[in-house]
Design a protein around this ligand. Structure first.
Ligand SMILES: [Zn+2]
Length: 71
């Protein structure tokens, strides 16, 4: 889940841009989303790299996991 690092809630985040990257015209291997917090105006970017099963965020957003720690 993506949350605003300033407000510490995902409640006011809006996706302002969403991109999906293709490889050889078929495989989706990267997803990029830009976020803006409508409450405080912070912006950030989320990238999911399917090849490496890796999630990255930059800017004023944070990545939090909802998975239980003991799972
Ligand atoms: Zn915010």
């Amino acid at each position: 889940m993506i949350t605003c690092s300033n407000c510490e809630t995902p409640q006011f985040l809006q996706i302002t841009q969403s991109r999906v990257y293709f490889e050889d015209g078929e495989m989706i291997n990267e997803i990029s989303e830009s976020y803006e917090c409508t409450l405080c105006g912070s912006t950030g970017q989320y990238v999911y790299d399917e090849d490496h099963d890796e999630e990255r965020v930059s800017g004023d957003v944070e990545l939090t996991t909802e998975r239980p720690k003991y799972a």
